[in-house]
Design a protein around this ligand. Structure first.
Ligand code: HEM
Length: 418
């Protein structure tokens, strides 16, 4: 075949051969360069993938509070141990799965943070869920039911017994029952308690009862205003409580006569029966101590709610019970002390609500008997003077004391005049 090729074609072949020779000559220095380039590109790609991967991981970790740089070690030793046993099957990536991590966080794993607020080390506060369930569930229903039941019982009592009248009728003669300072203390305590009760009930029940009626736009500022009122009026209540305590504590010490009064039911169930009593009868003494102890408890728990994370009343109380062998914390489903500062706030909140509603129930009964329930009772706190017959029927021993004091004072005056 080559012999038949024309000189032109020979030239062409020659040229092709030369080109091939030239190509070979040129390819020699480029090959290693290309390989190096591919290697470098490969490294860059792997680096890029690793970079994107680590950035996405870092973002996932920093998308929750506190910021990643504030967290020294999110997972403590216990949690770390748990993760080691929870590796992804095959341990391909040599790390635990995200679901394990978040499950542990969801169950309250605590980390260490470098910022002063150590609470930030807890990303998800597990007991908050139980607290929410109790507050919006049984607590809400039982408290609401207690107040409703009290109102119904009082209405039934009123329907059956009617207004308790002064059996002998009003005499028209007045006797001084409470001084100005006593009444000031009472009304300071009473008015502030009523305001606290209304604003407090809005905090517990407002979202379910008031919000649907007045709507979100009004409920927000309304609740904010009541919340501020609640905080400030609390101090007036504490002052009223102190004044009432100082004025009345000596008259409220229990004595033997109280048993007789209680056995006769205070005479309120039977017309014409009037067991003797001093300035305060046994029923009033119970109210007095309930108001003092309940009021103190409300004040202390309210104070701890106003200045959060400062006190650990529940930890110290439950530890004291444990020390005498009573595991009250576990009986009540709170677990063993000590509790975290956040749990302290939650228990305080529940306690404050329970005490508040118990006091409201008691005071509803007190207001009833001090106003529409008993003829002549309101005057004691209104003008400070009561009818003598009313006083003789409900506080006969006290009337004797007052009369004896008057006689002594008269005697002293006569002696001084002589
Ligand atoms: C409109 C509301 C109230 C009325 C009409 C009212 C009426 C009365 C009356 C008439 C007395 C004197 C009873 C007597 O002479 O023997 C009294 C005493 C008393 N009140 Fe009130 N009160 C009211 C609200 C409150 C509140 C809110 C509290 C406490 C938070 C309270 C605590 C007391 C205490 C501790 C006594 C002395 C013990 C007793 O008599 O039961 N009161 N109140």
């Amino acid at each position: 075949m080559n012999s038949l090729q024309s000189p032109g074609s020979q030239n062409h072949n020659l040229l092709r051969g030369m080109a091939r020779t030239n190509k070979k000559t040129l390819a020699l220095p480029l090959e290693p360069l290309k390989e190096t380039m591919s290697f470098v590109m490969g490294l860059v790609m792997i680096g890029l993938v690793l970079f994107i991967y680590s950035v996405s991981n870092a973002q996932a970790e920093s998308s929750v509070r506190p910021p990643a740089n504030a967290v020294k070690n999110v997972i403590n030793k216990d949690a770390a141990k748990k993760f080691q046993t929870n590796r992804i099957p095959g341990a391909v990536l040599n790390r635990s799965s995200d679901s394990d991590t978040w499950r542990a966080i969801r169950h309250g794993v605590k980390g260490n943070v470098s910022i002063p607020d150590t609470k930030a080390g807890v990303l998800v506060q597990d007991s908050g869920e139980s607290y929410r369930a109790i507050r919006n569930g049984p607590l809400f229903s039982y408290l609401g039911f207690s107040m409703l039941a009290t109102l119904i019982l009082l209405a039934i009592f009123f329907a059956i017994r009617g207004k308790i009248k002064v059996d002998k009728g009003l005499s028209g003669r007045k006797i001084k029952r409470f001084s100005t300072i006593e009444r000031t203390g009472h009304w300071l305590m009473a008015i502030s308690f009523i305001i606290l009760g209304i604003s407090g009930l809005n905090i517990t029940f407002g979202k379910s009862v008031i919000l649907p009626i007045i709507g979100k736009d009004a409920f927000g500022p309304f609740t904010y205003f009541l919340k501020l009122t609640h905080n400030y009026i609390a101090f007036a209540f504490m002052l009223g409580l102190i004044i009432a305590f100082v004025c009345w504590v000596m008259h409220n010490l229990p004595n033997r006569g109280d048993i007789n009064w209680i056995l006769k039911g205070g005479g309120i169930f039977k017309k014409g029966e009037h067991p003797p009593a001093g300035k305060f009868n046994a029923g009033q003494k119970l109210i007095f101590w309930a108001v003092m102890i309940g009021g103190l408890s409300l004040s202390v728990s309210g104070w701890a709610l106003m200045f959060p994370f400062e006190y650990s009343f529940f930890s110290s109380t439950m530890s004291a019970f444990s020390a005498i062998g009573l595991d009250v914390g576990n009986w009540l489903g709170m677990g063993s002390a000590p509790y975290s500062v956040i749990q302290e706030q939650q228990y305080n909140n529940i306690w404050h609500a329970i005490m508040g509603v118990l006091m409201i129930c008691l005071i509803l009964a007190h207001i009833y008997i001090g106003s529409i329930g008993m003829e002549g009772a309101y005057d004691a706190m209104g003008s400070g003077d009561v009818d003598e017959n009313w006083a003789l029927e409900h506080h006969s021993l006290w009337v004797e004391e007052v009369k004896a004091q008057e006689r002594n004072a008269d005697g002293a005056n006569v002696q001084a005049a002589e």
